[in-house]
Design a protein around this ligand. Sequence first.
Ligand code: EPZ
Length: 417
Amino acid sequence: MGRLAITGNKRPLRGAVKISGAKNAAVAIIPAAILTAAPVKIENLPDIRDIQILIEILTSLGVRTSWEAGTLEIDASSMTEWKATYESVKKLRASYYLLGALIGRFGRAIVPAPGGCDLGPRPIDQHIKGLAALGARVDVEHGLIRAEAEHLVGADIYLDVVSVGATINIMLAAVRTEGKTIIENAAKEPEIVDVANFLNAMGANIRGAGTDVIKITGVNELGGVTHSVIPDRIEAGTYMIAAAATGGDVLLRDVIPKHMDPVVAKLREMGVTVDVADDEIRVIASDLPQAVDIKTFPYPGFPTDLQSQAMVLMTRASGSSIITENVFEGRFKHVDELKRMGARIKVEGRTALIEGSARLTGAPVCATDLRAGAAFIIAGLIAEGETVISNTEHIYRGYENICRKFGALGAIIKEID
Ligand code: EPZ
């Protein structure tokens, strides 16, 4: 169990940071590569634990892979295994994408049911609803999801819940399914568009990704492709919020500004200066941010994956603020740890009231999920004294070189044991 020590130096973060490829696009695009027997090359991948676990899993399924500095080459031509029961699948939240990819390739799949996590229950009923609509028989027994279909046929699917995972998973199963599939009430995240662009470059026929209606016309087979993953908007938002929280001046490189709209708008509302160029964003924060209310929503709303980081920023705001978590019930597990650092926060259901102008003091805290872990780094930067974060494997699941990147901006942060 690794730990990180952050010295609260109250020094503003200054400098430039290069944003890595998007974890939440990569963990879908890598399994999607098994939908073709042709060679696939994926570039701009972040070197993070979730990607390495996925490579292990594909290798266990007979896929030939080669990894070199953020580029992954995949050859699934000799793949025969459709049971992803390999032990490491359980470690990966996004293992459900193997379900859609294996069904899309073989018409059947066995994948361990994803466990719950610290965001509260993580049901996959909408994934199962979509796969069943395409003709798969899906059941869950002994902790395994089994899906089998004699014959997959396109269908109209109306999602009860706006779900990133279900939208992508259905897409993966449908691209080679004969007939037309329509996904309504689909999620609109940029990562979904990136997966659709990847699949279309392989010869798929997907229209409407990024809107709430996605139309897929099945094709017999897919070809190879070289694809570069989009920048990670959540990593970018994390550094933007860290710059604002420390009163810093930070330039983010390799971003897609359009994807940052909800974060840019909210920081500007707080009085933070945000300059946007074609693939760069500069955050210049001088005095204390003004208190604002934040409601998380599916894209293009304010991302739930930046909620804990924004909460830390609000502890420094002039005045009280309210954060409403509309996406995940139970995504306030970080509040108790922040209160141990001196934050004054009251939670009622999906709403948190944060008192501003709090004086945070360093303390030992435990990362409950990767975004809370990043939030504790920001809290450690603005607290007095030293903060030690445990369970840092959560953080390394989704943030590439986070110590090096924060260190280059002036943070005093180091890995211990
Ligand atoms: C994706 O998770 C992301 N993970 C999450 O990022 C992100 O927080 C989430 O989307 C929302 O943006 C990956 O992309 C790997 P959902 P996902 O299905 O797909 C409910 C991070 O920090 N729901 O959009 O699992 C669900 O309970 C991670 O990088 C159902 O009810 O999220 C939630 O309340 C954390 N039934 C809401 O929908 C289902 O079948 C949105 O979940 C599926 C979801």
